[in-house]
Write a protein that binds this ligand. Structure first.
Ligand code: ZN
Length: 167
């Protein structure tokens, strides 16, 4: 947890305020994103989400990345930096676009993605995991629920195919 906050709208919990007020002999950080299976809860990848108002794509300091690397290596999970730009460049504006860089297992190039491209990847990670999911039936039920947001699924047939496979 950085000592000084840069953005107005980062989560300010009573715990983080208290921790920031303490001495230099202790420290903690937040993991911004742990993508997980919406059914069994398995972790699929971790990511640091970085506000990118001026297209600087500024990576985090080594010290901050170190713990993300430690976790991704130990759990064998991909680790990404997700740079996000908002409408009006305000830190509380709606999401406009994303750029993503893989950090682990190997550092990749910065990729500028449409929101739909990234959503495809998010769905792909769940579909890739689905054959070994311990709660396949519940996942199939979730994606078939009569919920307007389920109309945004891009790869419905792939979910159904892999989740309906009984082998
Ligand atoms: Zn699962």
């Amino acid at each position: 947890m950085a000592r000084n906050e840069i953005y107005r709208n980062v989560l300010k919990t009573a715990y983080s305020r208290w921790h920031r007020s303490l001495h230099n002999g202790i420290s903690y950080t937040d993991i911004d994103k742990i993508a997980q299976c919406p059914s069994c809860g398995k972790a699929l990848f971790i990511a640091d989400t970085i506000f990118n108002p001026n297209d600087t794509y500024k990576t985090k300091a080594f010290y901050t990345k170190k713990v993300y690397l430690e976790i991704s290596q130990a759990l064998k999970l991909p680790y990404f930096e997700i740079y996000y730009t908002t409408v009006g460049r305000a830190d509380d504006g709606d999401l406009e676009r994303l750029s993503v860089r893989l950090i682990y297992p190997k550092t990749g190039d910065l990729r500028h993605l449409s929101l739909a491209n990234w959503q495809h990847y998010l769905e792909h990670k769940v579909i890739e995991h689905a054959p070994i999911c311990q709660s396949k039936k519940y996942l199939l039920k979730r994606i078939n629920e009569n919920d307007d947001r389920n109309k945004t699924i891009l790869n419905k047939e792939k979910y159904v195919k892999v989740l309906s496979n009984r082998s």
